[in-house]
Design a protein around this ligand. Structure first.
Ligand code: NAD
Length: 384
C-alpha cells in the first residue's frame, strides 16, 4: 500500500518544499536593511493596545492595566496616553476562527502605537500557528530583547534573540511522508541576521559593553548557523573595542550555570530557537520565568510581553491567582522607556527594585504558599 503511494508522497512534498523555498526567497528579496524602532511622538499622544491573551494572561494583564492607570493618571486624563483594550486574542476565539491572529485583531493592533501583550496558548501539533510567530512575522518584529539581572551576583545580561526566522518561521510548514518520516525546516537570511546583529552591537556600544557572545551550533548546523555566525562577525568588525566571541549553545547553557564565569557575559546574539530556550534558563537564574519581561521591536511596530507562556498547569491547578505580575510589569517598564515616558519607567523600575530586591516583604512563587498576583501588584503600586 505504502509502496504504491510512495512516489506521490514524495512529489507532493517536493511541491510543498518548492512553495516554501520560493516564499522565503521572496521574503529575503523584500527585506530592507532598515533602521530600528524609534520612539513615537509623545506630544501627539500615544495609544497603547492591551491584549490579555489566555491562561494566566488576563490575571497578570488586569494588574498591568491598574498599574498603568495609576502611573499615568494625569497623562490618561489629558489624552496623552490612551489605553485600548484588544479582545479576541484568546485560544477559544483563535481556534473557533482557525486563525492564529484573527484579521480584526491584527487590524486593531496595527492601529495602536505599541502593544502590551499577555501570553497566548499554542496547541501542540495541528495547523494553528503560534500567535506570537504570526505577530512577529506580520509586524516584522525582528529583535526580541530580553534583559536578565541578578545584582547580588553582578549579572547584567541582555539577550538579542532573532525573532522572525530559524525554526519558527516554518514550524507549521513541515512535510510528512505518512508512516515514514516528518521534516521541518530552518531558514536564515543574510539581512535578517545582519539586522539583529546590528541591533545587539548598537546596544552594546550605547551602553558601554565590550563583550558580545554569538551563540549558535555552527559546528552542526553548518549552513544556517554557519552563516549566522559569519555575518555577526562581519557586523562586529564595524564596532572596534567590542569583542565578539563564538559560543556553541550547549556549552552556553552550561556556562549560565557556572557561577565562576557567568557574570562576565554581557550581551548575547542568538538565532530564534536557541534564544527562546536560553532566555528561559537565564530567567530561572533571576528568580523564575515570572520575573522576566521582553520587547519585540521592528522598524515600524513594537510589542512588549512577559517571556513566559499561558501556564495552563497553573490554571488547571487553580493557581492562576498566584501568578507573578513582575514579568508583565517589567515589559510595561520597557514599553514606557521605548515610547519616551522615561521618568515613569524609572519610577516603575525603582518600585520593582524595592519590592523584588530590597524589602522583599511579599514574594510570589506561583504557589498558594506565596503572595497572590493582586497582593504583589498592590505592593509594587504602593511604592510608585
Ligand atoms: P509557561 O511559561 O506557560 O509555564 C511554565 C511554568 O512556569 C508554569 O507552569 C509555572 O510554574 C511557571 N510560570 C510561568 N509564568 C509564571 C508566572 N507569571 N508566575 C509564576 N509562575 C509562572 O510554559 P509552557 O507550559 O511550556 O507553555 C504553556 C503555553 O504557553 C503553550 O501553549 C505555549 O505555546 C505558550 N507560550 C506562549 C508564550 C507567549 O505568548 N509569549 C511564550 C511561551 C509559551
Amino acid at each position: 500500500m505504502f509502496d504504491d503511494r510512495r512516489e506521490n508522497y514524495i512529489q507532493r512534498a517536493l511541491y510543498d518544499f518548492e512553495m516554501v523555498l520560493r516564499e522565503q526567497v521572496d521574503r529575503a528579496d523584500k527585506m530592507k536593511d532598515g533602521g530600528f524602532y524609534h520612539c513615537c511622538d509623545i506630544n501627539k499622544g500615544i495609544t497603547v493596545g492591551l491584549a490579555g491573551g489566555d491562561g494566566i494572561g488576563p490575571v497578570i494583564m488586569s494588574q498591568a492595566e491598574k498599574l498603568l492607570e495609576k502611573l499615568l493618571h494625569e497623562e490618561i486624563k489629558s489624552g496623552k496616553f490612551t489605553i485600548k483594550k484588544i479582545e479576541g486574542l484568546t485560544i477559544e476565539n483563535r481556534k473557533a476562527l482557525g486563525k492564529s491572529v484573527p484579521d480584526d485583531v491584527l487590524a486593531e493592533i496595527k492601529e495602536c502605537d505599541v502593544l502590551l501583550k499577555g501570553p497566548t496558548t499554542t496547541p501542540k501539533g495541528g495547523k494553528l500557528e503560534s500567535a506570537n510567530v504570526t505577530l512577529r512575522r506580520e509586524l516584522d518584529l525582528y529583535a526580541n530583547i530580553r534583559p536578565v539581572s541578578v545584582p547580588s551576583e553582578g549579572i547584567d545580561w541582555t539577550f538579542f534573540r532573532e525573532n522572525t526566522e530559524g525554526e519558527y518561521a516554518l514550524g507549521s510548514r513541515g512535510i510528512e511522508i505518512p508512516g515514514r518520516l516528518t521534516m521541518d525546516f530552518k531558514v536564515t537570511t543574510e539581512l535578517g541576521t545582519r539586522r539583529i546583529a546590528r541591533a545587539a552591537f548598537d546596544f552594546a556600544k550605547a551602553n558601554g559593553k565590550n563583550r558580545v557572545a554569538i551563540v549558535t551550533k555552527a559546528n552542526i548546523m553548518k549552513k544556517t548557523d554557519g552563516m549566522f555566525s559569519e555575518i555577526c562577525h562581519e557586523v562586529a568588525a564595524e564596532y572596534p573595542g567590542i569583542e565578539a566571541e563564538d559560543w556553541y549553545v550547549d556549552i552556553m547553557a552550561a556556562n549560565l550555570l557556572n557561577k565562576d564565569i557567568r557574570n562576565q557575559f554581557q550581551v548575547f546574539i542568538l538565532p530564534n530557537l536557541y534564544g527562546d530556550i536560553i532566555t528561559d534558563e537565564a530567567a530561572e537564574i533571576q528568580g523564575g520565568v515570572g520575573t522576566a519581561g521582553s520587547e519585540n521591536l521592528g522598524d515600524k511596530y513594537a510589542m512588549f510581553e512577559a517571556i513566559h507562556g499561558s501556564a495552563p498547569r497553573m490554571v488547571e491547578e487553580g493557581l492562576a491567582e498566584y501568578a507573578n505580575p513582575s514579568s508583565i510589569f517589567k515589559a510595561a517598564e520597557m514599553m514606557l522607556r521605548q515610547i519616551g515616558f522615561t521618568d515613569k519607567a524609572d519610577k516603575l523600575s525603582k518600585a520593582l527594585h524595592i519590592c523584588c530586591e530590597e524589602e522583599k516583604k511579599l514574594v510570589v512563587n506561583g504557589t498558594s504558599e506565596g503572595a497572590k498576583c493582586s497582593e504583589f501588584a498592590d505592593y509594587v503600586m504602593s511604592k510608585l
